[in-house]
Design a binder for this molecule. Structure first.
Ligand code: HPA
Ligand code: ZN
Length: 346
C-alpha cells in the first residue's frame, strides 16, 4: 500500500468522481430536483406550497424520518405521466454519468403512485425507458428495486407484486421502505417469498430509526440479501458478529442519517467504525435532492468529519460493487478499475 493511500481522503466531492462505484440505495422519487418538481407541477396543474427553488430548499428541514416522508409523498404528486417518470430517472442517470457511478440499483415506490391513480405501467415504462436510453447512450448500467411501503397493509403489498408480474424481468429485487418504527418486517415475509419466486433479490430498510430487532427480522424472516441503512445494528453485539461473518451488505446513507437526525452529527456517525470492524458497508445517497447531496457529496461529507483514508474510500467503493446484483464477471473489471484508481493516487 502506498503512503498516499493511507492519508486522509479529501473533503472535495470532485475527488470521488473518478472513483468507480455503485449506488445501491437510492429512491428515484427522492432524486427529484426542485427545478424539475416546479416545472412538472406547472405542466400538470399541481399546486405546491412553493413558488421558487429557494422555497423548496428552505422547506427541507427535517426532525426525523416521518417529517421527511410527509414532504417526499407531497413531492411525488407532480409525477403523473410516463414522460415525467422518464425525465425523473434520466436526471438521476445523468448524475451517475457525471459522478462515476458505473452501476446503480434504483428503488421506486409504486404504491406511492398507484394510490394516487397513476397506473403501474406508466411508472415502470417511464423508468425503464430512461434506463434503456442511458444504457444505449453511454453504457450506463442500472437495475430496478421495487420498494413496498411498510405503513400500508400487507394485502396492498401483494397487490403491488401482482401488478409487477408482467414486468418481473425488468425488476431485480423487492425492498421495504417508508415509516419504520411500529412497522416491523416480519408481516411481509409471505410477500418476500412471492417476490423470491419471481426470481427477485430481497432487500429491506432496517435499523435506520428502528431497533436491531428489525434487522434480525429482515435477515431471519425476509431472508434479505442486503440491509438498507442498518446503522443501529451496532447496539447488538451478536447481530454485528453475524453481519460481519456473513458479510451482509449495509447500504449506509451518511447525509440522510444526519439530516433525519438518526445520528446527531457526521462526526458521531458509525460508518467508519463499522468498516474498521470488518462490516460490509458502502456509501449511498438515499434521497439526494432532499438531503443535500448526491453520492460524491456523501463521500466528501464523510471525509470532512470522520477519519477516512483514500484506501478506505476505495474499500467502500469495492464493497458497493461486491454487494451489487452484478455477476462476478461483471464485477471483476470494475474492481480492477478501483485498484487502478488507487494506484493513480500516489
Ligand atoms: N427510509 C425509509 N423510507 C424511505 C426513505 C428512507 O430513508 N427514503 C424514501 N423512503
Ligand atoms: Zn432509503
Amino acid at each position: 500500500m502506498t503512503e498516499a493511500s493511507n492519508s486522509q481522503a479529501p473533503a472535495d466531492p470532485e475527488f470521488y468522481r473518478s472513483l468507480p462505484k455503485a449506488e445501491l440505495h437510492l429512491h428515484i422519487e427522492g432524486s427529484l430536483t426542485a427545478e424539475r418538481m416546479l416545472a412538472l407541477a406547472e405542466r400538470n396543474g399541481v399546486t405546491l406550497p412553493y413558488a421558487a427553488v429557494e422555497d423548496v430548499e428552505a422547506a427541507y428541514q427535517f426532525d426525523d424520518l416521518q417529517s421527511f416522508l410527509d414532504l417526499y409523498y407531497q413531492g411525488m404528486s407532480v409525477l403523473q405521466t410516463e414522460s415525467d417518470f422518464y425525465c425523473l430517472t434520466m436526471d438521476y442517470l445523468e448524475v451517475c454519468r457525471r459522478e462515476g457511478i458505473v452501476h446503480c440499483e434504483i428503488g421506486f415506490d409504486p404504491q406511492g403512485h398507484t394510490e394516487r391513480g397513476i397506473p403501474f405501467a406508466t411508472v415502470v415504462s417511464g423508468i425503464t425507458r430512461a434506463q434503456d436510453d442511458a444504457h444505449a447512450q453511454w453504457g450506463q448500467s442500472s437495475a430496478l428495486i421495487m420498494n413496498i411501503l411498510r405503513h400500508l397493509p400487507v394485502t396492498d403489498a401483494f397487490d403491488a407484486v401482482e401488478q409487477a408480474r408482467p414486468y418481473a424481468a425488468r425488476i431485480s429485487a423487492i425492498g421495504l421502505d417508508s415509516s419504520e418504527v411500529g412497522f416491523p418486517p416480519e408481516p411481509f415475509a409471505p410477500v418476500f417469498s412471492a417476490a423470491r419466486e419471481l426470481g427477485w433479490h430481497c432487500v429491506a430498510h432496517a435499523g435506520e430509526e428502528g431497533p436491531p430487532a428489525y434487522v434480525w427480522g429482515a435477515i431471519v424472516d425476509l431472508a434479505v440479501d442486503r440491509i438498507d441503512h442498518g446503522i443501529r445494528s451496532d447496539e447488538d453485539d451478536a447481530l454485528m458478529d453475524l453481519l460481519i461473518k456473513r458479510q451482509m451488505p449495509l447500504t449506509v446513507c451518511p447525509l440522510s442519517n444526519v439530516r433525519l437526525r438518526a445520528v446527531p452529527t457526521m462526526a458521531k456517525h458509525n460508518l467508519m467504525k463499522m468498516l474498521q470492524a470488518g462490516a460490509n458497508v458502502c456509501v449511498n445517497s438515499d434521497d439526494p435532492t432532499y438531503f443535500g447531496g448526491f453520492l460524491c457529496d456523501n463521500f466528501a461529507a464523510v471525509a470532512r468529519d470522520l477519519p477516512m483514508t483514500i484506501n478506505d474510500a476505495a474499500q467502500l467503493a469495492r464493497n458497493s460493487i461486491r454487494s451489487s446484483f452484478l455477476t462476478d464477471s461483471q464485477q471483476q473489471p470494475i474492481l480492477s478499475n478501483i485498484d487502478r484508481w488507487l494506484e493513480a493516487q500516489r
